[in-house]
Write a protein that binds this ligand. Structure first.
Ligand code: TYD
Ligand code: MG
Length: 483
């Protein structure tokens, strides 16, 4: 009899190997290989040879009869999914433990159930009593959501196949699900992949929309089953700093809608509250008039979002100065620092640099460069920026300020929130800015902006007591003012 095949599967990327090894050759992670029985999700008996069946090919221009989308009734959630859940689609919601995934989905299912749709919430992690407790706390206990605490995929599919097809099914979480078709333990890549596959098949066949909840590992990936990300139709990630009440739902992949659209929520004692004007929220606790802060007029998806960027530049006692970034790309910060140093004479090599995006937002746009540079120079020169100014523009390696998209939308949002001026690139891409009631200050190169900010600065008192080595690290233009 043939030996039962087993393979070593990387729990990070899903690559399979014949023998154990310390490092996964596919993704480079260490100690991620786990022995799993069976190398295929489908048992051999089912894979028995059979002749293919013929099927009819369809034209691209066909009609699909019923309304494919089902809005959840939470505007911020619908914005991220692209207008609601698509029939027969599978959506993966990832996020750190405790960020509020179960809360969000309890609220969404309750709203849909109240609107008369059949919704089912399957919890593999919590007992029914715990789910009920949460619903009670959210004031949603009366919603006709059908609940179950189950982990067997076969049982779940058998139960849901009976009666009217549910419109929405939540599986919380995919890591707790297991299927009989493979022998690995629940939570392993093989199990998660096979369970997801079975559920996806059920969604396509029945037309129900399924939401899978997935946990995130310490390095921000949806744990183990990156493979699941490829299988599902959309991946949403629920982010936020645990200590802050803001939560951001971001679409990472979406076959039926936009990516880079965000939904903003606030975690309150009564569950998640939707925030329809995020700029107001991100600017609500502004530290007016202190150096090192600049307001960035950004675009998240289709929506302009104003957010405060904070920088602290402090003399370093370390051989290699510290660079700490929260909410922005650290490579991007290094680039801006290098441009400031190379083209504007701002020597930052003797300074620690701390950079933070207020409110727990994560910015991916290159348009944030100019605002970041303004905040950095403002901190170094101890020169508060005008409190009524917003900044945006991309910085190129030559020190030029490059145009960015959607200038009018950024200006309009700034004007709406009471800002009086905007510092922006000289040229604009696309539509020319109508003045929108703001006074516009265009900058062609970073040098002129730096000179402008430094000219208004007052050196920090501590700067006078610095030793000569540190003085050498101070830019010439700032040193003059000290002398
Ligand atoms: P939960 O939805 O269980 O997180 P996840 O499913 O992502 O692991 O949310 C847990 C956190 O949310 C918990 O720390 C408490 C907090 N919370 C509130 O602040 N208010 C609420 O109304 C609820 C239900 C939870
Ligand atoms: Mg949960």
């Amino acid at each position: 009899m043939a030996k039962a095949s087993s393979s070593f599967v990387c729990q990070n990327c899903g690559a399979a190997f014949n023998r154990w090894q310390g490092k996964c050759e596919a993704c480079g992670e260490w100690n991620t290989l786990v022995e799993e029985a069976g190398d295929s999700a489908v048992p051999v008996s089912i894979r028995a040879k059979r002749r293919g069946r013929t099927f009819k090919l369809e034209s691209l221009a066909g009609k699909s009869n019923d309304a494919p989308r089902l809005p959840s009734g939470m505007a911020e959630l619908d914005r991220v999914t692209g207008g609601g859940f698509v029939r027969g689609s599978v959506l993966l919601v990832g996020g750190d433990p405790g960020i509020g995934k179960s809360t969000l989905l309890t609220q969404a299912t309750s709203l849909m159930a109240k609107a008369g749709h059949r919704t089912v919430y399957i919890s593999g992690e919590e007992a029914i009593a715990q789910v009920r407790l949460r619903a009670e706390r959210l004031g949603l206990a009366a919603a006709p959501v059908e609940l179950a605490a189950e982990t067997s995929v076969e049982d779940i599919i058998a139960t849901l196949s009976e009666g009217a097809t549910p419109k929405l099914i939540v599986i919380d979480s995919i890591q707790t699900m297991w299927t009989d078709t493979v022998e690995s333990a629940p939570g392993t890549v093989t199990q998660v992949r096979a369970s997801a596959q079975a559920l996806i098949r059920f969604a396509k066949k029945s037309g129900a929309a399924i939401i899978l909840v997935g946990h995130v590992t310490k390095d921000g990936q949806i744990a183990g089953p990156r493979v699941v990300e490829h299988m599902v139709d959309a991946v949403l990630s629920f982010e936020g700093e645990g200590s802050q009440q803001f939560r951001i739902l971001r679409s990472v992949k979406n076959r039926f809608g936009p990516t880079d659209e965000i939904g903003v929520f606030e975690m309150t004692g009564l569950g998640l509250r939707e925030v329809s004007n995020p700029s107001e929220l991100f600017l609500s606790e502004r530290d007016l008039g202190s150096p090192g802060t600049a307001v960035f007029a950004g675009i998240e998806g289709t929506r302009p979002v104003l957010v405060e960027l904070q920088a602290l530049v402090a003399p370093s006692t370390l051989g290699t100065p510290r660079r700490a970034v929260v909410g922005w790309d650290s490579a991007r910060l290094s680039m801006v620092l290098a441009v400031l140093e190379a083209h504007c004479g701002v020597k930052l090599s003797g300074y620690d640099v701390y950079f933070n995006v207020a409110g727990g937002l994560r910015i991916n746009e290159p348009a944030a460069d100019l605002a970041a540079a303004a905040a950095l120079v403002s901190s170094l020169a101890n020169s508060p920026l005008p409190t009524d100014a917003v900044y945006f523009g991309e910085i190129s390696l030559s020190g030029a300020v490059r145009p960015v998209a959607q200038t009018p939308a950024r200006l309009k949002e700034a004007a709406k929130l009471g800002f009086g001026r905007a510092v922006l690139p000289e040229q604009t891409r696309g539509d020319a800015p109508s003045d929108a009631g703001l006074s516009l200050q265009s900058v062609g190169g970073l040098t002129s902006l730096v000179a402008d900010i430094a000219a208004r600065g007052t050196p920090r008192p501590a700067a006078r007591e610095r030793d000569s080595a540190e003085k050498n690290a101070t830019p010439a233009r700032f040193r003059q003012r000290e002398g």
